[in-house]
Design a protein around this ligand. Sequence first.
Ligand code: F3S
Length: 663
Amino acid sequence: MKVILAKSAGFCFGVDRAVKKALSAAREEDGRVYTYGELIHNKMVVDELESLGVTVIEDIDSVSSGTVIIRSHGVGKDVIGKLREKGIKIIDATCPKVKSVQNKVEKYHNMGYNIVIVGDMYHPEVAGVNGWCENAATVINSRSDAVGYVSEKPVCIVSQTTVIKSLFDEVCAEIVKKYPDTLIFNTICNATTTRQEEAVELAKVCDAMIVIGGLHSSNTKKLAQLCSIHTDRVYHIESSDDINKQELCEFDTVGITAGASTPSQAISEVFRIMDNTMNFEELMGEVKSLRTGDIVTGEVIAVNEAEVFVNIGYKSDGVIKKAEFMKDLYESLTSVVAIGDTVEAMITEMNDGTGNVALSKLKVDEMAAINVVGEKFEAKELVKGKITKIVKGGVIVDLGFATAFMPGNQYGLKYIEDLNTLLGKEVEGRIIEFDREKNRVIFSRKVVLVEERNKRRAERDAKRNAAFSALELDSIITAPVKNITDFGLFLDLNGVDGFIHVSDISWRRISNPKKAFKVGDEVTAKVIELDNAKYRVKLSIKNVTKEPWVEFTENNKVGDIINVTIKNIAKFGAFAEIIPMVEGLIHVSNMAWEKVTNPENVVKTGDVVAVKIIEIDDEARRVGLSIKDTMPQPRRRIETEKAYYKEDSKVTLGDLFKDYINE
Ligand code: F3S
């Protein structure tokens, strides 16, 4: 015969927690300890607690002192109130999942909703939940009840945690038909759903099913009911005493499941009778080896504002206190984690005093953060953060994944007088020092600023080098004027400054460059000096053109007749411009054939006159000009000269008067 044990058989998280609280109370509480109603629907457990001095009461009026344990089903608000009034100590072992249903019911009842609880109205959990809405809820346990349901207010539906899902869905569907805006909370416990689904799957493949649990246990009865849909051989037993092995031996395959209130000991006994070839503890996973410091992963099975309960696949559940789950204790725990979430945490204690395994998510987060810090440090990664605190010598930067210290001198390139001015600033930088052992993380913003500055300089230098190497001595360039001073112009040569001294601007004398140029003017100039070491470039505008004297001498010679402009007149003559920057002198004696006593009688400033070049002194750069030589010598003067005659002269009268004779 093959025996298959359902994985989720036995105590659920809520029951396990309640039993542990009761056992702990039996050991530690002074005075009498009571449970309000049987802690679980299991005689074996109830008897054991009884033997430890934990008595079951059905009526709170029957106690006036001591400690009362509220079982996992929970109780109504009025019961809690009465116990408090009496000054009785309460150990609330209400399953956190049930507590969550109670909270919902109270909230929506106060908001004006009509509450519907899908479940058994006589079940203590349902009665307790109803007690959080002043017992005003309508309890529906069948589709037909739902059909006749009427409400004049908005409707809010919750479920008993152990109700069958299909029933819940049917009831909801009926009510939604009439009231489409109905608020629905499926509060069926997934422990129950999982247990039921596993039992059904097992029943499908087994010839018979053994369902272990109290005969009055609601969830055990439901298990048996579900199994009977798939096999007509379902044995609902309370303990191994109820087994008829001979009858069961007829079957090839037998499945075993157990209700949420069934201790593992009861399951173990049944299993061993049915199959003594396998190790029950191994099958149940109870020998899973865990110790303090281990990292475990589990599913959140309950959460309230103080703790998160996690199924870590161990015989005990894990519990994470709020302070071990999150840093911001002002934030709501239930807003950041929900049932069904997967959580990774470190075991800090194998037993937190209530039988649970104490876990810390923050420790895992810290380890992860340290690893991230290490990776980012190694990779020299750029990270962003916010300055959250000013401390001695620096500031604390929140990097999101970790916090780091930034010394005051690592903020920027300049000294910061008052670090308080940095509070709240967003910063970008690198982790420049990391010591895993000492948990030391040093952050620097300055290092990035220095990098950026160096990069800018390198780019500027590269650009300057490229621009400089493109320049050649004596080459002609055109560039915009970047700056003008009294002593010259600066041109922008693509990153290199080119300088033109005032004396190199023109062949003329320039007294004020600012009057001749403005910033942005395009200027054509010749490169006259390159200093590779100092990246200095000297330019000349005047050298783009020929020196006027050279141009003059190349184009003119003695004897040429040219037009000139009178520029200046003196007693001894007049200065005339031949070409710009080249002037010649018309001496008074060269102004006319007649005697000239005042040059102004011959020329005026600005006159353009024809002159003959009579002298070019290249060394002294002087030009002699003559108006007189552009015209023939007057006749009268020749006659005077011709009248000159001496007795001993060999010149004949015929020679003297030949012009007249020839006329
Ligand atoms: Fe709680 Fe679910 Fe058990 S509601 S008591 S964990 S069945």
